[in-house]
Design a protein around this ligand. Sequence first.
Ligand code: MLC
Ligand code: AMP
Length: 505
Amino acid sequence: MNNLLYETLFDRHADSKATFLHLQDGTKISYRDFLAKAARFVNALVALGVKPGDRIAVQVAKSPEALALYAACARAGFVFLPLNTAYTVEELSYFIENSGATLVICDEKMFGSLSPVCEGFGARLSTLNADGTGELARSAQSASSEFETVHRSGDDLAAFLYTSGTTGRSKGAMLTQENLVSNARSLANTWRFTDKDVLLHALPIFHTHGLFVATNVTLMAGGSMIFLPKFDLDQMIEGMPQATTMMGVPTFYTRLLGDNRFTSDLTRHMRLFISGSAPLLAETHKEFEARTGHRILERYGMTETNMNTSNPYDGERKAGTVGRPLPGVDLKITDPETGRELPKGEIGQIEVRGPNVFKGYWQMPEKTAEELRTDGFFITGDLGRLDADGYVQIVGRNKDLIISGGYNIYPKEIELLLDDQPGVLESAVVGVPHPDFGETVLGLLVADKQEPLDLPGIAQSVNRSLARFKQPRKLIVVDQLPRNTMGKVQKNVLRDNYQDLFVPA
Ligand code: MLC
Ligand code: AMP
């Protein structure tokens, strides 16, 4: 094969008049038209001087054009680097510098503030807006729809996705063409996707879930997507009767259950609901079945590995478990201290190996070596056990991570910022239960008593630096932080103390 990713997921649909995207305004975009659009984008990107292997950092709203950029990068061998639309200029600067992106594509609204950043790092800047307008779109419009696909092997990089780290510095996870293709194939088979499927797509497309799971599986099967700009209850309820499948984070499911228009009638012809990215409470699973008659299929994955496990399509979908390893994925539970494999039933760290596992962190060989063993096993940082039937149950995390509404938040990044604020001696950030987001961010501050502690001022400063979803929903001043005998902050004590803050007991 000349270009594994492009040929497997895209090119074989090049002449297909079947619908790929159903848009909000009733417009349908066929595979053929989508791929012709993507080809014009490739030519527009090439005209900007981008070369195979270059990183293209993309912070744009979800749109058919944004998705066409992904197809364009696959075709020309550019490394696609999608970024959360909520990121601030400060956060973006790091990604642009660290990735060495040659081109940055943003909404026109961000152009003024990103211009000096891109200039400083020698990256070009172009624009694409939510409505498909912008400089890049204009240049694509007049470009040719002919392009000779660039040769790429399965081992070549297809995408970078940044994932935060326990040190507060984000790491660029390098995903190869083979990582994406093998996982898409495995998931499409496991979940029985076909060209008749219509996926209700409300996830963002800058993360694994919305892009490499939802979109790639649809492409693999030749199905279509009701492509919503974001999660919106009214639009979900309106789109549901036209769909056959849906993928979402647990917040999608709890929000749907909170609306009494969401009935078994509305979901009658749906064949599959899939959940992932964060733990789905067993009670949500049960409530969903009681309301609709459908048993949600939960699966487990991460940025570095794509999907690792899934509950079965046929057979028991066990609430509170993430199912068995996918075909081709080796999974073991090991002792975090020794790395020794533990017997079934015992709790340990989850390690995975397979064609889904990434190539390492961009320019961070030490970080890669800490998490990716030489025998190919990746240490996920999740804690779990295998039950008697080989189903994986995730029981916690061996990493200091908060998952809020499916977004990962690393406390260290927020603590570093809080520690820098005037009047703050030290801080601790923990995740506490939240009825909508599953977990949310709580910041505890200890005053240094030299300067007054200005909480609104601190909140403003946090607002300037961090995306909204990372900002503490509450800041509380405490006399001191609980520490163990080694002097380490006992976050479990803080989590216990404040567990009822947002979810009254
Ligand atoms: C938005 N906000 C969030 C938030 N999303 N705050 C905390 N956590 C989140 N996840 C902010 C908004 O800016 C807003 O701020 C306020 O919270 C309420 O906004 P909202 O209207 O509720 O936002 P909404 O658009 O509805 O977003 C909620 C959401 C969204 C759950 C629909 O976050 C979402 O689509 N999450 C999916 C994330 C995802 O795709 N994860 C996959 C990662 S891949 P204010 O100031 O107005 O209150 C991965 C691998 C794997 O993990 O296994 O899949
Ligand atoms: P990310 O780094 O954004 O890709 O997030 C990956 C992390 O999300 C995993 O390491 C898990 O901690 C968590 N995760 C993903 N799916 C599930 C799930 N079904 N249940 C519990 N946690 C999950």
